[in-house]
Design a protein around this ligand. Structure first.
Ligand code: ZN
Ligand code: ZN
Length: 481
């Protein structure tokens, strides 16, 4: 327990909550430092005194991480790692990744006619393997030379690159580049209509269908029936099924949201091929499963075959992830497993919905609160009323609350006392005082969610804002706690 000179004491780190439900777009899962994890701490200490001796364990640690990830996420392995989820979601990257997965699959390597032969001209081997991959996927030159995605119409439009074309924020759509994805409404549709759209898109060069289960746009949750429909249509049109779990992994009552029972049982023999994961896990990237709509046909069952294809893909880059990040990613995963964050996220979401329902009965109305588990979507006005730093997009009426998953995030009384209720004033002022002492400011603009810049922030509420004129004006209208 620490204390400040007002006599108020700070709760221990694990029970300390705050109203930062933005947390870097949900990329912070815990307030606690993961350096202190008992399995990782010795490695950090060793790293500080003799970096090379830990570097020599790099491959071993990377394998350990890969296996732990595969175990935690039900058979999905982190094959490709990237600085940002947006970097992973490029059609060309995904096309190369799946071609590599085919070329190194048991289907090819165990086939007497397909496998590379020692006395053969390498060009002939390449051509044979490639021709096989194209026929397996139902691809022609279009899919190789200008691959494209089919995306759900209310998917997050990414920060840049091809998916930015779909953004409803002009600042983002204005910088979009690359092929425009084919946008399909996957929510209000019939299987026949969806199938026809997928078929048409495939003929035009689409290789995959990308969607998320909780819309970043409006917090709506994909109906399990629609999930089943998408799976069936992907299988029929030989399209890769990619779920974007950047925001939902560990937060929606299951390791990946699509592993919740109501989704998992739809067309259960067909699973997503690839999953996009985000920084909350320590690193962003693409996870691959081998019971996917497409990948299942590649006959990966032996764990050695799986490790081998992952190794081949990773060999294409110098080191997929730097050692310190790898150590951090390992301890995050261990904490998530030990404390069962997926189960906890369900409780956190429930308790938050109850607490705000109690403090503001209007939020109990049907459809007033959306989202799933610890992805809570509320109207912007509600976030303003509770003075919560939220993951906001400037022009969307819906904001997301992405609370941390460790410690007392599911403790009703603490949530009232430190976050939502009038009593939170005390906790907010402790944070404000601490920030002034350290020369920092609240991280996010209370109005638009980008980095806050104002030194003139509110010391009563511990809230700040950015330079945008609209934000400055709106911020000055907020009612203090
Ligand atoms: Zn702003
Ligand atoms: Zn204020």
């Amino acid at each position: 327990m620490g204390s400040d000179n007002t006599g108020q004491s700070l709760p221990s780190l694990d029970s300390q909550l705050d109203h930062d439900f933005h947390s870097g777009w949900g990329s912070v899962y815990t307030n606690r430092s993961t350096v202190g994890d008992e399995e990782t701490l010795p490695l950090w200490l060793q790293y500080a005194s003799n970096k090379n001796s830990v570097e020599r364990k790099y491959q071993q640690l990377l394998h350990e991480y890969t296996d732990l990830f595969g175990d935690f996420f039900g058979g999905y392995y982190p094959i490709s790692m990237h600085a940002h989820a947006t970097d992973a979601l490029l059609p060309t990257t995904i096309a190369s990744l799946i071609l590599n997965t085919i070329a190194t699959s048991p289907l090819v390597l165990n086939s007497p006619t397909l496998k590379p032969k020692p006395d053969e001209n390498p060009e002939d081997t390449g051509k044979r393997v490639r021709d096989f991959a194209l026929s397996f996927l139902g691809w022609d030159d279009k899919h190789i030379l200008s691959p494209n995605f089919i995306v759900a119409d209310n998917i997050y439009g990414a920060g840049y690159g091809p998916l930015a074309h779909t953004s409803k924020e002009w600042e983002i759509s204005a910088i979009a580049s690359g092929p425009k994805p084919i946008v399909v409404n996957m929510k209000d549709t019939t299987e026949e209509a969806l199938d026809a759209q997928f078929k048409d898109a495939k003929a035009k060069g689409c290789i995959a269908v990308v969607f998320d289960l909780v819309s970043t746009e409006d917090g709506l949750v994909l109906h399990p029936d629609n999930f089943g429909m998408i799976k069936a249509c992907c299988a029929r049109n030989r399209l890769l099924l990619i779920v974007d779990e950047t925001m939902t992994a560990m937060r929606c009552g299951a390791p990946f949201a699509f592993q919740r029972p109501e989704y998992a049982q739809m067309e259960a023999d067909k699973q997503p091929d690839l999953v996009i994961f985000g920084k909350g896990i320590g690193v962003s990237g693409v996870a691959i499963g081998f019971k996917g709509v497409i990948t299942t046909g590649l006959t990966y069952t032996d764990p050695d075959d799986i490790r081998q294809t992952i190794r081949y893909w990773r060999a294409l880059v110098s080191r997929p992830i730097r050692l310190p990040l790898l150590l951090e990613a390992l301890s995050i995963l261990r904490a998530a497993q030990r404390e069962d964050w997926p189960a906890k996220s369900e409780q956190i979401g429930e308790v938050i919905r109850e607490v705000i329902g109690e403090l503001d009965p209007r939020t109990k109305k049907p459809d007033a609160v959306r989202g799933l588990g610890a992805v809570v979507a509320v109207n912007r006005e509600v976030a303003m009323r509770f003075r919560i730093m939220s993951a906001i997009r400037r022009r969307s009426p819906w904001v997301r609350w992405l609370p941390k998953l460790s410690g007392s995030s599911a403790d009703r009384e603490e949530l009232k006392r430190q976050v939502f209720g009038r009593e939170s004033k005390a906790q907010r002022q402790i944070l404000a005082k601490e920030a002034d002492q350290c020369g920092t400011i609240p991280l996010w603009c209370f109005i638009c969610g980008i980095e806050a810049t104002s030194k003139d922030w509110c010391r009563t509420c511990y809230l700040s804002f950015c330079d945008n004129e609209v934000c400055v004006q709106a911020f000055h209208r907020h009612a203090c706690v």
